[in-house]
Design a protein around this ligand. Structure first.
Ligand code: SAH
Length: 457
């Protein structure tokens, strides 16, 4: 049975045809059915490829020259696009990106969900697919004795300095530059990953698009921050809108950005922002969607799919700080939210209070344990919303849904593959998927968010 790869490393393919794009943005060409993944190549293009790796079942190639160009190819606007790796599809026009995302969703619905007929709408994109991020977290390092902050060179841990990231809000660029200068001026030692020495590991910022409020987080290796008072004073006086300066201490040798200890150096513990009419308090550690404009589009679609009249009990599983829950609470009789991180549930309760909602209840715990218990206690949802992490819904939760039989299920997903898998389970258990709406929360990357509407047959 076992066949050898039809190509070897360092072979050239003189005129390869690219037929597809992978979910991580590589072009795909096939040699007698054997897939070769080629970064920077686009579907519909032809070109010369050098094989750089040939495993048994698939290989990787390098695009040497393009013979026939896709109508969607464009010059990447960012000068450091190829070095950075934060974006994967700046070489595709925005129209092409949206088409590719829609196709990806359609493909997995057919292949994994066995739902070739399900309506997948064109992806809802942004008018201006740049400068959309409200949060930046940049690693700090040392170069020629100076403090630099930017990004890790692809496949390495070397930090390249960066003064501009065009998917970030301008304000975040400004903040990072200022904080960098201030820390340099007061002699803060950048963190050295290899030796696990130095002080400043990451600079993190959050910007409230609707409120203009700014949070600055200094992630340090040690609790001690030399010249702390001067640094804080200068951050506050030189950056407009600062409401919160936070220090987070991360003493560990780890890739994880934040440590366990968080203290307020100046101002508030949180900043505020709005999505639609709902106000949210956002702390340094809480999960909050990074693209506020598209978050509104996503949540409005979820609300539309929930189709509430005001009489419904709604369960919001994987609720985070209660963002979707509170959106739903505007139209539902009662919303029950469940989330595994206790701090997020504290935030959700505060956010409900902040907005004057009295029809919400939140509980911390695994959705797959809490919702079955609620069901036993007689709490039954008419509409159930899920928004799980990339791995999708727990099987126990899907089983509970099939027992509880809510009239409608709204599935918000950041991973089309696990969405398709879970839709198949729900379909087999008696639900029908009416439609799937991809929403582009992350332009210039291959990530795609979806909302699906299901009804009980
Ligand atoms: N709906 C929120 C958060 C979605 S992110 C929003 O739109 O902002 C997914 C959330 O699921 C995270 O907050 C994560 O902490 C939570 N989570 C992960 N596993 C979980 C589980 N087993 N039960 C409940 N929540 C879980």
């Amino acid at each position: 049975m076992s066949k050898r790869a039809p190509v070897n490393k360092n072979d050239y393919i003189e005129d390869a045809y690219f037929e597809d794009l992978t979910h991580d943005g590589n072009g795909v060409t096939k040699i007698d059915g054997y897939p070769l993944f080629v970064p920077n190549a686009l579907p519909g293009e032809r070109g010369k490829v050098k094989v750089v790796k040939a495993s048994k079942n698939y290989g990787f190639g390098k695009l040497i020259e393009i013979h026939e160009e896709s109508q969607y190819r464009q010059e990447p606007p960012c000068p450091i696009y190829h070095q950075c790796g934060g974006c994967q599809v700046q070489h595709i026009s925005y129209e092409g990106q949206l088409k590719a995302k829609e196709k990806h969703v359609r493909d997995v619905m057919a292949r994994i969900g066995k739902l070739p007929e399900v309506p997948v709408h064109p992806a809802l994109g942004m008018e201006e697919p740049w400068r959309y991020r409200n949060k930046a977290a940049v690693p700090v390092g040392e170069r020629e004795g100076g403090l630099v902050a930017g990004f890790y060179q692809q496949r390495s841990h070397e930090i390249i300095d960066m003064d501009r990231c065009i998917i970030q809000h301008e304000k975040n660029d400004e903040i990072i530059q200022k904080v960098k200068e201030i820390c340099q001026k007061y002699g803060i030692r950048p963190y050295n990953e290899e030796k696990h020495r130095g002080t400043l590991r990451h600079i993190m910022t959050r910007y409230g698009y609707q409120t203009g409020e700014v949070m600055v987080v200094l992630v340090t290796r040690t609790a001690d921050l030399p010249n702390q008072n001067q640094i804080v004073e200068e951050i506050v006086s030189s950056i407009e809108g600062v409401k919160s300066v936070i220090q987070n201490v991360n003493t560990k040798r780890t890739n994880v950005i934040m440590g366990d200890q968080t203290k307020v150096l100046w101002g508030e513990e949180v900043i505020y922002d709005f999505i639609g009419d709902v106000k949210f308090a956002i702390s340094a550690r809480s999960f909050y969607q990074v693209n506020p404009d598209q978050t509104k589009v996503l949540y409005e679609k979820a609300l539309e799919y929930a189709d509430l009249s005001g009489d419904e009990n709604v369960i919001d599983a994987y609720c985070g700080i209660g963002t979707i829950s509170l959106f739903l609470a505007q139209k539902a009789k009662k919303v029950y939210g469940v989330e595994i991180v206790p701090q997020a549930i504290e935030d959700a309760k505060k956010n409900a209070e902040l907005n004057g909602f009295t029809n919400t209840e939140f509980e911390a715990g695994p959705a797959e344990a809490v919702i079955p218990r609620w069901y036993e206690e007689g709490i039954k949802a008419d509409v159930l919303v899920v928004d799980p992490p990339r791995k999708g819904c727990d099987e126990a939760l899907l089983n509970t849904i099939l027992e509880m039989k809510p009239r409608k299920v709204v599935y918000v997903s950041c991973n089309p593959a696990t969405l398709a898998r879970d839709l198949r389970v729900l379909e087999d258990g008696g639900y029908k998927t009416l439609e799937v709406q991809p929403v582009d929360m992350f332009p210039q990357t291959m990530h795609v968010e979806c909302v699906a509407q299901l009804v009980l047959r």
